[in-house]
Design a protein around this ligand. Structure first.
Ligand code: G3P
Ligand code: CA
Length: 251
């Protein structure tokens, strides 16, 4: 029987500003097994951690990430927009900036947690993003702790060509007719499945012996419980890692 791991989705986006050092730090301090984050490329080819292609929703700026240099992006607050969250502290959160991947790795390295690094290549191809991501991960000697994922299958396949030992996982929102065949033929380390694909089926016809099943994004305690009880779910990604850890540890 495996103990289900808890990954903080975009850090702890249910309680802290998403994809910020503040959120990642808080998740680490709570004792998460890993964090999930999203990477995009700036105009000057820097890797930044932000979910949307545009900065409008999560910062006080407007426009596309790809149209700004890193220095330009750093002028915007990545925390001030989250006044809806109970812990909102305008003075502290307004100082948060969009972090680089390098800054996040520097922050999490002492914790040695797992890192699910999602490459956001669904809208823009971000030429060269795979090599850049690998280079930074190696700079921090973190390769064995990283799982690379993407909705865009060619991205993770390309990354694996560059680094055959890389753990790659495909993000899936719809039913796959023969999931095991994809896993074997594409040499996937795992599938990252939308939670409903797992909750609505007994076990998706998969056993977890030779690959990992990770479920996202699970915020309802009842659903967390259900997935923990399935025994073949490696990881639950959640916006509320503190609550999920409490529930999992009480199991
Ligand atoms: O990696 C799981 C999840 O983060 C994928 O969806 O839209 O939150 O990046 P999204
Ligand atoms: Ca993501």
């Amino acid at each position: 029987m495996i103990q289900t791991k808890i990954f903080g989705h975009r850090g702890s986006m249910g309680t802290m500003p998403e994809n910020t050092l503040l959120g990642f730090y808080q998740a680490c301090e709570w004792g998460v097994d890993g964090i999930e984050l999203d990477v995009q490329l700036t105009k000057d080819g820097e890797l930044v951690v932000i979910h949307d292609e545009k900065i409008d929703r999560t910062t006080d700026g407007t426009g596309y990430v790809k149209d700004y240099t890193l220095q330009e992006l750093k002028q915007f607050s990545a925390g001030v927009k989250f006044s809806n969250l109970a812990l909102f502290d305008k003075h502290v959160w307004s100082k948060e900036r969009i972090p680089t991947l390098e800054e996040v790795l520097e922050m999490i390295t002492p914790y040695q947690i797992e890192l699910n690094l999602e490459l956001k290549t669904d809208m823009f191809p971000y030429y060269g993003i795979e090599e850049k991501v690998l280079a930074i991960v190696h700079q921090f000697d973190y390769a064995d702790k990283v799982i690379y994922s993407s909705f865009h299958l060619p991205t993770i396949l390309k990354l694996k060509k560059f680094e055959p030992s890389a753990r790659i996982a495909w993000l899936v929102v719809y039913e796959l007719s023969r999931p095991s065949e994809y896993i074997q033929s594409l040499a996937l380390e795992g599938l990252h499945l939308h939670k409903d694909l797992l909750l609505n089926k007994e076990n998706y016809g998969l056993s977890a012996d030779d690959f990992k099943i990770r479920a996202w994004t699970v915020n309802d305690p009842k659903e967390m419980e259900q997935l923990v009880n399935m025994n073949n779910i490696d990881t639950i990604m959640t916006d509320f890692p503190k609550e999920a850890l409490f529930l999992r540890n009480a199991h």
